[in-house]
Design a binder for this molecule. Structure first.
Ligand SMILES: Nc1nc2c(ncn2[C@@H]2O[C@H](COP(=O)(O)OP(=O)(O)OP(=O)(O)O)[C@@H](O)[C@H]2O)c(=O)[nH]1
Ligand SMILES: [Zn+2]
Length: 344
């Protein structure tokens, strides 16, 4: 995690331990200054923070300030992410268009840049790659064909990630772990980890982990992202399809609240491959909305949360009991556990 450290001027320069050369600063186990707690300032994985009086030798520090976030992902809870890297395989497991579409829409709904790597390209011919490429171009994506096993285009994939914070996602078995191991041969370069216990809070994300890339940048492996659910509102869905965005950039629907199904003079409806996917996801989004309206009231377990860029998303309401402020004793136990883990 990027950490900026203030120099402790109360100690003479000669007695201060040297600040290790960047980028591989050692980990510091940090507490949050009381002032931050009072104003309810949370610290997320990926946050850039000011650490006061770092004790490099003892590996301790206190976070005095959280710098403004460029972005904030909910699931996984990571700040300052720049992009989502979707990894799929062209074969074994086979590339399922509907599943890919689902992941793409979930990724688009974050408002971040979306990269698409298609792994196991060693298993199909150049002609087959071209067919897939043409098809995905019509969806608005330019995939990078890679083979972790044969080292094809991995350097190019790595170059996309340098000096950025990237979240990697994709279905099981496509080669995400293989890719991460290739990109980060030294597993000790792991830079940020939050255990399940400490990561409790607003969501069910069990584990958030940031790896430091040798080329600069951080990579988050995110089991939490790997079963995307359609939790956007019906009105927003269309904006997560590049093909539809393209159409809406040059024409308007007759009705401003058009859901692009059977309304007259709709600019979106038409002969594009994923329009069928759009209709299916729209049904799911409408069903969810209806369910929420029926449950509306104090018993509802979901609420619509507005995020940046005019987007919104359903999320579980905080269960007051479960998420009640933890006691000092529990906090101390959690800290001790984190400390043990960071030493392991
Ligand atoms: N043919 C081929 N096989 C690959 C390639 N990359 C990975 N594999 C194989 O694909 C299988 C799954 O790879 P993993 O890296 O475990 O996939 P994953 O996406 O991390 O899977 P989960 O941990 O289930 O999410 C392994 O048997 C790898 O050896 C590749 O480029 N070509
Ligand atoms: Zn329309």
């Amino acid at each position: 995690m990027a950490t900026s450290a203030n120099t402790d001027n109360s100690v003479p320069a000669s007695e201060r331990p040297p600040i290790p050369a960047s980028p591989h600063l050692p980990l510091l186990l940090c507490t949050r200054r009381t002032r931050l707690k009072k104003i309810g300032q949370q610290v997320m994985v990926g946050d850039r923070v000011v650490v006061e009086e770092p004790d490099w030798a003892g590996g301790r520090g206190a976070i005095a300030e959280v710098l403004p976030r460029e972005s904030e992902l909910d699931r996984p809870a990571i700040a300052n992410v720049n992009q989502i890297l979707l990894v799929f395989a062209v074969a074994d497991p086979p590339l399922e268009p509907y599943q890919l579409s689902r992941f793409l829409i979930k990724a688009e709904s974050t408002g971040l840049d979306v990269l698409l790597c298609l792994n196991k390209s060693d298993l199909i011919s150049q002609e087959e790659q071209q067919q897939i490429s043409d098809r995905l171009l019509s969806w608005g994506y330019q995939p990078l064909f890679i083979s972790v096993q044969n080292g094809i285009n991995i350097d190019q994939a790595a170059s996309y990630l340098s000096n950025k914070i990237t979240v990697i996602a994709g279905p099981s078995g496509v080669g995400k772990s293989s890719l991460i191991n290739w990109l980060i041969p030294d597993a000790n370069l792991r830079v940020g980890e939050v255990s399940g216990k400490l990561a409790r809070g607003r969501h069910t994300t069990r584990h958030v982990e940031l790896f430091e890339l040798p080329c600069g940048g951080l990579l988050a492996d995110t089991p939490g992202f790997n079963q995307p659910d359609m939790d956007c509102s019906p009105e927003e869905l269309v904006h997560y399809f590049p093909e539809a965005r393209k159409r809406l950039a040059v024409a308007n629907c007759r009705f401003s609240d058009c859901l692009h199904r059977d309304e007259p003079e709709c600019a979106v409806r038409g002969d594009w491959e994923r329009y069928e996917h759009y209709l299916e996801f729209l049904d799911a989004a409408i069903a969810l909305q209806t369910q929420l309206h029926q449950q509306a009231g104090p018993e509802s377990t979901l609420k619509l949360k507005t995020k940046g860029k005019g987007q919104s998303q359903y999320e579980p309401k905080l269960e007051t009991k479960k998420y009640r402020r933890v006691s000092r004793k529990t906090q101390l136990q959690d800290l001790q556990q984190l400390y043990q883990e960071s030493e392991e």
